[in-house]
Design a binder for this molecule. Structure first.
Ligand code: URA
Length: 463
């Protein structure tokens, strides 16, 4: 059967998460010269009429970048009915402007990126919050979980659960479909209902004990906890029954923990690879920022990079995406790097502090500057990265980065314009943080950007 059927301008995919079918249909539509307004889409074969695909023309193959494909593969799993059309519109525009995807201010791109982000979050939530209960079937014990994903992520998560629970017999039931694994083969099944899964079993007590013993009162930030584990998931998670009483006793337990283990990390060995640092960072609770329950953002770039760029801390976007400098400040930095001829892909980009420090204001998370103490605590990780990458040059962006590199506060202006040799031989260069540029207006901004560009040009020359 053809993956997508089309009648004139109506295209119905057989499945709502079928990226390959959408891609083939979109390619045929592009080659047939169908404008976005001339095509309508549905993610369900039975949503309407269907017919033959648009005739294939001799037109040259459409151009599609890997970045677009990655974005589309994620966004297409969203439950937003307009997603196929949005993606086709973007694909259509990309045929005329191949650099369009770099324009993060473009409303259409922002919208699709937001869809992709929400899907990623749903994938992560499912991996974290699926809870199996025991049941019996004709072949014996089977673990069955009920989960309510917001998007079409079930199939996408199948390999994860097969790998994680390879030797168990299990089923995951959802209102969007189900998965059944017998230890060797995976089968898909129809949508299920909550009542199809067992509601309670003896394993629940184990989950509760486990949660109570791993619950870290020093990490308790109720807002962050609700964000990470929204209430809607609680009903399917046995351990959440304990949350109210654990929260109530949290403060007392926190004080006891501080007394008992003030210097828990003193003799700890630093991880021996960048990957190990990235993994270990997720569990870091050395300072109050690490305790706020957000995702740590490790540095990224080649292990043998000649240049290491150090920022202050991840921002809101960086925290959501798990990558440094991908938000507004990152865009400013990217523009200037490009202009100076510095290739980000060959640079190791990191931050003095690896968690996002913020203040919650309504739905917004407002950046807060880390304290000197927090920066000093996080030096453990920055030093680890420096020791592994051994960059020839380090470019510190702003005062927090300077403190992170030097371990003491120093005047940015006093250090600027000339290099400073660090222990170990690397050269330290210092300039403003790009967020500082973003806060300036008109003439002042222009002047500051020129100085920033000149600083980067000097670094590029040393490279
Ligand atoms: N600002 C920083 O200092 N680092 C980032 O990663 C993003 C914004």
């Amino acid at each position: 059967m053809t993956p997508a059927l089309a009648l004139g301008r109506f295209i119905a995919l057989e499945r709502p998460d079928d990226f390959e079918a959408w891609r083939d249909a979109a390619r045929a539509c592009l080659m047939a010269g169908l404008t976005p307004d001339a095509v309508s889409w549905a993610g369900d074969l039975f949503a309407g009429e269907s017919g033959a695909p648009p005739p294939l023309s001799d037109a040259s193959q459409p151009r599609v970048s890997r970045a677009f494909l990655q974005l589309a593969q994620m966004a297409i799993l969203h439950s937003e009915p307009q997603r196929f059309e949005l993606l086709y519109r973007l694909l259509w525009r990309l045929q005329r402007d191949t650099r369009l995807l770099q324009d993060r201010a473009d409303p259409q791109i922002r919208r699709i990126e937001a869809l992709a982000r929400e899907v990623r979050r749903d994938i992560h939530k499912m991996r974290a919050f699926v809870r199996f209960r025991t049941a019996e079937d004709a072949e014996g014990e089977r673990f069955v979980a009920w989960f309510e994903p917001e998007h079409h992520i079930l199939r996408r998560n199948a390999a994860f659960f097969v790998n994680r629970f390879a030797t168990m017999r299990w089923s995951i039931l959802t209102p969007r479909g189900s998965l059944h694994w017998d230890g060797e083969t995976l089968q898909e099944g129809p949508p299920a209902q909550r009542g199809d899964a067992p509601q309670d079993d003896p394993a629940e007590a184990l989950w509760r004990d486990y949660y109570a013993s791993t619950f870290n009162p020093a990490r308790l930030k109720i807002g962050a906890m609700l964000k990470e584990m929204p209430r809607k998931y609680w009903k399917n998670m046995p351990e959440t029954a304990l949350i109210p009483q654990l929260v109530a006793g949290a403060r007392a337990r926190e004080l006891a923990m501080v007394d008992a283990g003030a210097d828990l990390f003193a003799d700890e060995q630093r991880p021996a690879s960048l990957g190990a640092i990235a993994d270990a960072l997720q569990a870091c609770r050395r300072c109050p920022i690490g305790c706020n329950g957000t995702r740590a953002v490790a540095g990224e770039g080649p292990r043998n990079a000649a240049l290491m760029i150090v920022g202050e801390q991840p921002g809101d976007v960086e925290e959501s995406e798990g990558r440094p400098f991908v938000g507004p400040a990152g865009r400013v930095l990217m523009e200037h790097l490009e202009h100076a001829g510095i290739d980000r892909a060959r640079t190791y980009v990191t931050n003095a502090v690896k968690h996002f420090k913020f203040e919650q204001r309504g739905k917004r998370r407002l950046h807060k500057t880390p304290t000197a103490k927090e920066i000093d605590i996080c030096r453990f990780w920055l030093d680890g990265e420096r020791g592994l990458v051994k960059p020839k040059l380090i470019l510190a962006l702003g005062a927090s980065a300077v403190r992170g590199v030097l371990g003491k506060t120093a005047s940015l202006e006093a250090l600027r314009d000339t290099p400073h040799t660090l222990d170990g031989g690397a050269e330290l260069w210092v300039t403003n943080h790009p967020s500082y540029l973003l806060r300036l207006q008109d003439g002042q901004r222009h002047e500051a950007e020129q100085r920033f560009a000149a600083d980067l040009a000097r670094v590029a020359k040393r490279l």
